[in-house]
Design a protein around this ligand. Sequence first.
Ligand SMILES: *Cc1c(COP(=O)(O)O)cnc(C)c1O
Length: 354
Amino acid sequence: MIAAADFNITKVQRSKLNDINLENIPFGKYFTDHMLEVDFEDGEWKTPEIKPYQPFLMEPSLAALHYGQAIFEGVKAYKNAAGEAFIFRPHDNFERFNISAQRMQMPEIPEDIFMEGLKLLINLDKNWIPDQKDHSLYIRPFMFSSDEAIGVKPSDKYKFVIILSPTGPYYSLPMRIYVEEQYVRAVPGGVGYAKAAGNYGAAMFATAKAKKKGYDQVLWTDAYEHKYVQECGTMNVFFIIGNTVITPDLESGTILAGVTRDSVIEVCKEMGFRVEERSLSIDEVIDAHKDGLLHEVFGTGTAATISLIKELRYKDYIMEFDTDKWQTAPEIKARLNDIRYGRTEDTHSWMIKV
Ligand SMILES: *Cc1c(COP(=O)(O)O)cnc(C)c1O
C-alpha cells in the first residue's frame, strides 16, 4: 500500500503559471509545473516521484520507440463555482489503463500509485485548473517500455508518467465524416480495445486522406465486411434512430470502451431513451435516413465530450443534417457538463474530489 508520504515530492522554485493566461488556452500545448514519474525495474514499481515538469533523457535504443509498447489515458479535472477541484471518473480510466497494459504485455500499475499520484499531483497544481467557463485540466497518464536494447521482447523496464495540461473549451464544429471502406482501425483479436499509442499512429494515414477529400474524420467500419460502423476517428459514435439511441457494442474487442460513451449511455437512459449497444450496419443507417428516422449522429470522447456530425458520406450517398435544430446531443452535453462543474447533483458519484 502506497500512501501520500511514500511519494518523493520536489516542488518548483517558481510557478510558470505567472507567465501564462489560462483563458482560451489551446488543447494540449501547455503543461503545469509538476509531473509524476515512476519506474518499473527488477519486477517492481519503484518510489513514485512528483517533480518539476521536465524532459526525459533517453538512449536511441529506447524500446518503446522501436516496438511500440506504449499506452495512455485521457482524464479531466474541473473546478466548481466554489473553486473545489474534482476529477471525472478517474477510476474508470485506471481500470482501462491496466486493461491496455495487459494487452500490450506491460506491467499493471497499482491502484494507489495511479489514484493517489493523480490526486497529489493535481492538488499541487490545483491553481492550473482554469476558472473560466468550460475550461478544465486535461490529465494525461501514460506508460512506455524503457529498456535500452533493441532485442525484440517485452521490455524489462517501464516508465509510468502523468502530465497535466490546462485547456480551454474544445470548440469542435459539427463534423463532416467519410465512411471508410479501405483502411481499418481495429480487427477482432487486435488491440482496438486498448488505448495503445500505435492505434493513433495507424489511423493517421486514412484520416489524412479523408481530410484531402474535404472531410474532418473517418467513420471506421469493421475489418471483414466494411459494413458495420465502429468508431468515428478516435471517438465512440452514437446514432439516434427514431426514439432509440444506438452505439456499437464492445463484444468484438474492436471498440474502445469510452468513459464518455458509458456516461452518455447512462444520461440517455435517464432522459427516457431506449439505448441499444449492438452491431449497426451502414445499410441500416442509410435506411433510417431514407425513412426520415435518422435524427442525430455524434461522436463522444473526453477531449470534446460530444462532437456533432453534420454530414455522413458513404460511397456516393450523402446524409446531411441541420445540427442547429438538434435537441438531444446538446442536452446530453449540457447534462454532463452540469455534473462536471458541480451545477447539479452527482447522483452517479462520478466526481472524485481532489
Ligand atoms: C480515448 C478513445 C475514445 C474515447 O474514450 P473516453 O474515455 O470517452 O475519452 C474513443 N475511441 C478511441 C479509439 C479512443 O482512443
